[in-house]
Design a protein around this ligand. Structure first.
Ligand SMILES: [Zn+2]
Length: 500
């Protein structure tokens, strides 16, 4: 099924090509506003302010639309902490209103920046971030601005005004013709930075904003939800490509391994960008890839758990209290950093019907007999809505291959029990060639009830668990670039690696 080789490569040249591709992928990093100073875009301050003024002009007319999109985000004030504060500070950094890097603590400087933002947008400068302030920041959180075309506007002038490019504006607005702009049209303008941040902690709100930003910038990217989490968060699925061969990638089955979420989304962003530009990089023809394969990505399988680990649940929420009570019974597991489960204390990657009874026996013997921060298999297979949605989607999509990203060990698990799908080991070896990660067989006793296990059992096709990075979970974001470069080739090979 995966016999076509779009690269037309001998395997020994594969690694050099993928290294070349990864080099290309780095261009986004340079533009990512990750640094302490506000220099991420490499543009002078007055230009940033110019962009803000442009944003302000169109904000007034679009305010109600944007406020709808940020409704439900936490109201933040001085003293708040957690991933939503990271998000706020990151937005303020990008708006040129806060120079200090995001530290997740809403202090006096952050409050001052919020007041400045509010003054710029004629809001009550109370320093409290509610729906209107979030809406004012929305373009900086999504990389997307809307522009109402005025008489005399040209696409070149509009692109220059926002420091965007004509190509990016045309991609985001399919169907428009540069020579035929009509005043009154509303254009989507990609702002001059990447959508996916890799410098702040993730939460489900950031995921929703990122999905908004990517979908608007790359209209050929399809977005669906395959279900909802326990707390009602959407389980997003992003689809790229129209090919007959479907592959499914997922991340953050485990809450404290959330670094895999930006990893997978950065890959989606790079792929979409390169496809839009029609790039052929080091022999990789993205258009061929797009037409030969359909890539489906679930970037955050456990959004509630991620929110718990990164401090994004409201401090007074019943879900947080319940999780604290669950964790209190397992004092050896650090809280919240050691939390892997969904918000109900079910370990999603031990909840699939593949030797589930055996997994249960093993974990019960270790004391995980009830909801826990990790290692509780649940009352029955697929009892959690998150894993049930994943299994449903795999059946619907009939994947030729799946990749599940986890974050411990720099290993490639490719087998389930005594099942070794045809070609799976050979592809794992190729993945080793481009990443340095070692193909491995799951230790006895833990080769049960995972998504990869279930997928191999059901379909006898290649299903992988990729353990990215090494260290204490959650892995620090300082590892992100290194991990991304190691994984880029693996993610490419998951689509097109089973060549001859
Ligand atoms: Zn894991």
């Amino acid at each position: 099924m995966l016999s076509v080789n779009p690269f037309r490569l001998k395997s020994k040249t594969l690694s050099s090509i993928l290294v070349g591709t990864a080099e290309k992928s780095k261009k986004n990093f340079k533009k990512d506003g990750r640094t302490a100073e506000f220099d991420g875009w490499g543009m002078p301050y007055f230009i940033c302010i110019g962009i803000i003024c442009g944003i302000q002009n169109t904000y007034e007319s679009r305010r109600s639309d944007t406020e709808g999109k940020v409704r439900g985000m936490l109201t933040l004030r001085q003293g708040a902490q957690g991933a939503q504060v990271d998000l706020l500070q990151w937005g303020l950094n990008r708006a040129g209103l806060l120079k200090e890097p995001a530290d997740g603590i809403f202090g006096a400087k952050t409050e001052q920046s919020v007041r400045e933002l509010q003054k710029n947008f004629n809001l009550e400068p109370d320093g409290v971030v509610g729906a209107q302030s979030w809406a004012a920041l929305y373009p900086h959180l999504t990389g997307l601005q809307t522009h109402l075309v005025q008489p005399g506007d040209t696409i070149w002038v509009i692109a220059a005004r926002y420091r965007s490019t004509v190509a990016a504006v045309l991609t985001a607005n399919p169907g428009i013709r540069p020579e035929n702009l009509q005043s009154g049209m509303v254009l989507k303008i990609p702002l001059p930075f990447p959508v996916v941040p890799s410098s702040i902690r993730w939460c489900s709100d950031l995921l929703a904003l990122t999905v908004d930003g990517l979908r608007a910038r790359y209209p050929f990217l399809q977005v669906e939800t395959i279900g909802k989490s326990v707390l009602g968060r959407p389980l997003y699925l992003l689809r790229l490509g129209v090919g007959k061969v479907r592959v499914g990638y997922n991340a953050a089955h485990h809450a404290n391994e959330w670094i895999t979420t930006p990893l997978l989304l950065k890959f989606v962003e790079n792929y979409a960008e390169n496809y839009a530009e029609g790039d052929t990089i080091g022999g990789v023809d993205y258009r061929y890839l797009y037409n030969a394969y359909t890539l489906e990505v679930v970037p955050m399988v456990d959004p509630d758990g991620v929110d718990l680990v990164t401090g994004a649940l409201p401090p007074d929420s019943p879900a947080l209290s319940a999780a604290q009570a669950i964790a209190a019974a397992f004092p050896a597991v650090p809280f919240p950093d050691g939390w892997k489960a969904n918000i109900k204390g079910i370990d999603l990657n031990l909840s699939y019907p593949a030797n589930w009874e055996k997994a249960k026996a093993v974990k019960y013997a270790q004391g995980y007999t009830r909801p826990a921060p990790r290692d509780f298999v649940g009352p029955a297979p697929l009892a959690a809505p998150e894993s049930a949605a994943m299994a449903r989607q795999a059946k619907r999509a009939n994947y030729a291959l799946t990749l599940s990203l986890h974050s411990q060990g720099k290993l490639i698990f490719w087998k389930y029990a005594d099942r070794a799908p045809a070609g799976a080991y050979e592809l794992a070896k190729k993945m080793q060639g481009v990443s340095g990660y070692l193909p491995a067989v799951t230790p006895p006793g833990s080769d049960n009830a995972g998504y990869k296990d279930w997928f191999i059992q059901e379909y006898n096709r290649p299903g992988y668990t990729i353990e990215v990075g090494q260290g204490q979970n959650p892995l620090p974001l300082s590892q992100f670039d290194i991990i991304y470069r190691a994984c880029f080739g693996i993610l490419m090979l998951g689509m097109a690696g089973m060549d001859d």
